[in-house]
Design a protein around this ligand. Structure first.
Ligand code: CTP
Ligand code: MG
Length: 225
């Protein structure tokens, strides 16, 4: 069966604070969503993509949302109020997939090679695969009053990115009971399944705040990526 990308792009972008939903903010003349979809499809590892957009924008066709040349492999569906609801809507439209890659539109500068790395691990038999990076900062656990309760060993911590890759049937089962989860792999962990890691990429950072947006635009201005 095919490898289908699901691109959650239905968030509001509250922390970014721009006028439009975050995935529709432009980086050097092209939307974050368009850039994320192009990276996915140009990787050669993904057959088709389902983009999940805010309901009021779902009447737009793929031709309006992504660059020509890719639109014929893209479907557009309306998302929900939480990210997991949007992923669920994407999964319905991805019916028939063997593997699914869930990838935030907000990780717009993700290099194509990262999609290939995740799919390679899936084809090698892993049923859940996530890209990770070492953590640069020391991380503290705190209580409700902000008092430190512990310092986990940084060497055993990883920061998690997307694309997160799954056996399609496994993710559909895990997502049924998602609540307000922000991490698809966490749902699979709850089922008692192993989640495997591959090396992430710094360029797959999530554009969340104005500082991230400045970084993304600066990278494009100097020709990287
Ligand atoms: N997302 C989604 N549906 C939602 C919420 C989020 O499809 N109901 C998507 C976003 O569009 C984004 C990805 O999930 O591509 C990661 O979410 P996040 O970075 O939190 O984006 P937003 O929810 O838009 O931002 P914020 O939380 O600051 O409002
Ligand atoms: Mg959010």
């Amino acid at each position: 069966g095919p490898v289908v990308g699901i691109v959650p792009a239905a968030g509001r972008g509250v922390r970014l604070g721009e006028q439009r939903p975050k995935a529709f903010v432009e980086l050097d003349g092209r939307t974050m969503l368009d850039r994320a979809v192009e990276a996915m499809l140009s990787s050669g590892a993904v057959d088709r993509v389902v983009v999940v957009v805010p309901p009021e924008l779902a009447s737009q066709g793929a031709n309006d949302l992504v660059s020509s040349g890719f639109a014929e492999r893209v479907a557009v569906v309306p998302g929900g109020s939480e990210r997991a609801d949007s992923v669920r809507a994407g999964l319905v439209a991805a019916a028939g997939a063997r593997f699914v890659l869930v990838h935030d539109a907000a990780r717009s500068l993700t290099p194509p090679e990262l999609f290939a790395r995740v799919v390679e691990a899936l084809r090698a038999g892993r049923r859940a695969v996530i890209p990770v990076l070492p953590v640069a900062d020391t991380i503290k656990a705190v209580d409700a009053a902000g008092i430190v309760t512990g310092t986990p060993d940084r060497a055993s911590l990883r920061a998690v990115q997307t694309p997160q890759g799954f056996d399609a049937e496994l993710l559909a089962r895990a997502n049924l009971d998602a609540g307000d989860a922000t991490d698809d792999a966490g749902l699979v962990e709850r089922l008692g399944e192993h989640v495997y890691t591959v090396a992430g990429d710094p360029l797959a950072f999530k554009i969340t705040t104005p500082l991230d947006l400045t970084l993304a635009r600066a990278l494009l201005a100097v020709g990287r990526p």
